[in-house]
Design a protein around this ligand. Structure first.
Ligand code: ARG
Ligand code: ZN
Length: 857
């Protein structure tokens, strides 16, 4: 569609320039006449001068955002007006008194492949407005600090017509909705389609009955039950743990196939990527179920942390996202296993956030500038943002946290807030000065924490040092407050000092423990009490000791991971074989049936190949992705040989005979059995995997078997059968695309990915499919970084093709290149050439331009 207003110039927006909008909005009335290529949006908006706006009447500016809109008519107080077109929208002369603005515009949802604003997906209309998509629907002050009640009328022949809030009148060809809670435009949503409801109800603790629905396309109705159960659990949990009740008569969730992100918390009408809702044992893995439960919870929890209390501006994004990720992690820990949740979260944090924090895209949890806000929905804002909440809670204690949250909800309900507001409630509720803590929000980069120990006359001293390397635009870093959870063990394995929270505030600081008979063995950073890199040289013996005896499950797991990492690094550095101490320690753990199977499966996990590359780079070495891949192969093979007997026993012992359930217990058993199968697979040439593939009645086992067969080069028949079985199921076919690439040998991965982009089921228009193919390649370090450069070229080709269709997903996928400076000169030159080619593409989107420029540095 032709853009009627001039394209906004790529301009940097600064936090320091924040100014409130000159007007407030009293009421929004929207009428949608839906038509695939020519939807009419008729708006009536009541404005009034904003008493909070500092500017005086004479320089009050009536600016409305608008992008790609075809104006049909605009009126102020009933009189037609002609707008001045300005970058990003329009400007009008408006009275210095309350007035009504009316607009009729035309938009083209069927042509909207960016999946932002109002668009179509498989014949249904849906919206995605966060962060700045509402301006593609109609003229509006599209900023989170402008809140208003919305009334919506939808006219269409489609059977199901949904919007935010409570349902009003409806009849053939129309439906009306009314949302009483003032909200910013980014929370607006509309859905229209031929949809089927999976209904239920929930009674809040004060006795209101809420109608719940999960809406899906015909054919998917059998995959809604798990999402519904997760929703009801989330609603109860938020009442019990945070005292937060739901506040409308209806709560709708809609599954959409074409969606840029996981899901969106629109008030009363959450819209989900279908991969984050639809679940069945035949088509979803245990990991899929867990992710769905967490995302349902996350979006539901936003009703209070995000919707009732929203963000003043997009620099404050972590205010809602960090807090809501923290809340959904607490929820998952309560539903499942707390240590397992913590360990998997830390694996994810290191893999995605540390990587971001250590490269050209590093930015503070609260950034102070951006070009395209969609580029800031990052692991730093979300996951590091959540870590900051966890640290705050550790520092003020559970009671202080509860008091602060109560104050936050009562004081700021209905407001658009800042990180300052957030920290102030903690300061007032607990009497603590959080001035230094605020640095965590302002300074990018992952602190390196190291320690030394000494023991003298029964006194044990730990001396810590912290240091944060420079990040783009921030050469110098000040010391942070770091909560360091420490426990001490004596040499026979008894705990002599239970977990204590040390509060480090200086660059270097000592802490002492008295009255100890012998020099203890420290267990430092228990539960991963702060998002730092703990740098500590430790001998293999101490690590094996901690793996066997630490009472803190996180640090037990960490000790095993350290052993694996040390072994891999030694193999790479000295060409040594796998470390026997690691193999022995792991073997004893595997044999120990008193240990949770899920925990043992995690202990069997290896660090990511990319984590090893990052560690080498941190140590000033140049990682060779091929050599890393080979070291992993050697280590995995050595483990398979050393653990033959126990693997056979575990595989048999942890077969689940009960009917499938995605609960923690069964998934832990399947995880361990599948890990055992993976080891056996290396020795039996795929025999057991083939058996499991043939008999599997759930996706967790079927997919694990398929991936094992591919790993030993025996996958062809299974790959073909899997496709025949599942070709009608898009989400399963996504897995089919990914598994062939992630399981390919390094020299073949790019060719497999290239071939799959030619498959008739490959499409640029579905972000899930694009990620399942090109994203899978980027997650295969040795394949993506193949010395020929073919991986880089394939990704760049596809990004160049995707950018005009979907800038947001293109920009996000550019992050696959962010680690380029770690590599050798040849690889750097190959990547740089692709990045420069991308940047030189005519009409490259603002999203991708910003991303590639930052990566190039
Ligand atoms: N607020 C959503 C969530 O976390 C994410 C939506 C982000 N959308 C975007 N276009 N950047 O749950
Ligand atoms: Zn969120």
């Amino acid at each position: 569609m032709k853009d009627a207003s001039p394209q906004a110039q790529p301009e940097t927006i600064y936090l320091k320039d924040y100014k409130p909008f000159s007007y407030t909005v009293q009421q929004v009335d929207l009428l949608f006449r839906l038509a695939a290529n020519a939807t009419r949006v008729i708006s009536k908006i009541a404005f009034a001068p904003n008493p909070q706006a500092e500017d005086q009447a004479e320089n009050r500016r009536f600016f409305l955002h608008g992008e790609g809109l075809k104006p049909i008519s605009l009126k102020i107080d009933g009189t037609p007006v002609t707008p001045r077109e300005v970058p990003g929208g329009i400007e009008l002369d408006a009275p210095d008194a309350p007035f009504t603005f009316e607009a009729e515009v035309e938009i083209d949802p069927a042509a909207n492949t960016a999946l932002e604003g109002l668009y179509m997906s498989n014949g249904m209309y849906c919206t995605q407005c966060e962060a700045e998509g509402f301006r593609k629907i109609t003229y509006y002050p599209d900023r989170p600090d402008v809140l208003a009640p919305f009334d919506v009328r939808i006219e269409s022949d489609l059977p199901v017509l949904l919007s935010n809030g409570n349902p009003g009148t409806s009849g053939p060809g129309f439906a009306e909705w009314s949302d009483p809670w003032p909200k910013p435009a980014y929370l607006f949503a509309l859905v229209a389609g031929d949809l089927i409801a999976h209904p239920d109800t929930f009674t809040t603790r004060s006795g209101n009955t809420v109608d719940l629905n999960v809406w899906v396309r015909p054919g998917d109705e059998g995959k809604c039950a798990f999402a519904m159960e997760s929703l009801k659990k989330s609603m109860r949990w938020d009442e019990e743990v945070y005292g937060r009740e739901y506040d409308l008569n209806t709560f709708n969730i809609v599954a959409v196939d074409d969606f840029n992100m996981g899901a969106m918390e629109n008030k009363g009408l959450n819209i989900f990527n279908s991969s984050a809702v639809l679940a069945s044992s035949e088509t979803s893995t245990d990991a899929n179920f867990e992710r769905i439960e967490a995302i349902i919870a996350h979006e539901y929890f936003h009703n209070w942390t995000g919707n009732r209390i929203t963000c003043r501006d997009w620099f404050q994004l972590c205010l809602k996202e960090g807090l809501t990720v923290f809340r959904d992690a607490q929820f998952t820990a309560d539903q499942r296993s707390e240590p397992v949740k913590r360990i998997t979260d830390v694996i994810d944090l290191r893999g995605r956030q540390f990587r971001e924090d250590n490269g050209p895209l590093a930015h503070p949890v609260r950034p102070d500038s951006f070009v395209e806000i969609n580029n800031f929905y990052t692991a730093t804002i979300y996951e590091k943002g959540a870590e900051l909440i966890g640290m705050l809670k550790r520092l003020v204690g559970d009671e202080g946290y509860a008091k602060a949250l109560d104050l936050y909800f009562t004081r700021h309900d209905g407001e658009a807030c800042t990180i300052e507001d957030w920290l102030t409630v903690f300061e007032e509720a607990t009497g603590r000065d959080l001035g230094q803590f605020k640095r965590w929000y302002e300074q990018a980069g992952t602190p390196r924490l190291s320690f030394t120990e000494s023991f003298n006359n029964g006194t044990y001293t730990l001396t810590f040092k912290q240091q944060t390397p420079p990040t783009p635009g921030q050469p110098n870093k000040d010391p942070r407050v770091i909560p360091i959870a420490v426990g001490l063990l004596n040499p026979n394995g008894d705990e002599v000092q239970p977990t204590t929270m040390l509060e480090m505030t200086e660059a270097e600081q000592s802490f002492t423990f008295d009255g100890l008979a012998t020099k203890p063995i420290p267990s430092v950073l228990r539960g991963f009490s702060a998002p730092v890199i703990l740098e500590h040289e430790s001998d293999t013996q101490t690590r094996a000791f901690l793996l066997a005896h630490d009472t803190d499950p996180f640090n037990r797991w960490q000790a095993g991971r350290d052993l694996a990492q040390e072994s891999l690094l030694t193999m790479l550095r000295d060409g040594a074989g796998p470390d026997n101490a690691y193999l022995d320690a792991l073997l004893s753990l595997l044999r120990d049936d008193t240990q949770d199977p899920a925990f043992r499966a995690l202990a069997l996990g290896l660090p990511g190949q990319d984590d090893i590359a990052q560690t080498l780079a941190d140590q000033g070495q140049t990682p060779d992705p091929q050599a890393i891949w080979e070291a992993f192969e050697t280590l995995k093979h050595a483990r398979a040989e050393a653990f033959q007997d126990v693997a056979t026993r575990l595989y048999a012992q942890y077969q689940v005979t009960a009917p499938y359930s995605p609960d923690a217990e069964q998934s832990g058993a399947r995880a361990l059995a599948n890990a055992a199968m993976g080891m056996i697979n290396r020795l039996d040439g795929g025999a057991l995997a083939q058996k499991q593939f043939d008999s599997a009645d759930n996706m967790t086992q079927q997919l694990a078997a398929l991936s094992a067969l591919i790993a030993v080069g025996k996958g062809d028949a299974a790959v073909a059968r899997f496709y025949d079985q599942w070709q009608a199921d898009r989400l399963v076919i996504d897995k089919w695309f990914s598994v062939q690439i992630t399981g390919a040998r390094p020299d073949e991965a790019a060719d497999v990915a290239q071939r799959l982009t030619q498959h008739p089921d490959f499409t640029m228009k579905n972000p899930n499919r694009f990620r399942a193919t090109l994203g899978a390649l980027a997650m295969h370090p040795a394949g993506f970084h193949h010395a020929s450069g073919k991986g880089y070229a394939l990704l760049a080709d596809n990004l160049i093709a995707l950018d005009p269709l979907n800038p947001q997903t293109t920009a996000r996928m550019c992050t696959s290149f962010q680690t380029w400076r770690r590599y050798d000169a040849d690889r750097q030159a190959l990547i740089k050439a692709q990045l420069e080619r991308l940047l030189a593409t005519p009409d490259l989107s603002r999203d991708t331009t910003e991303m590639v420029s930052r990566i190039l540095g």
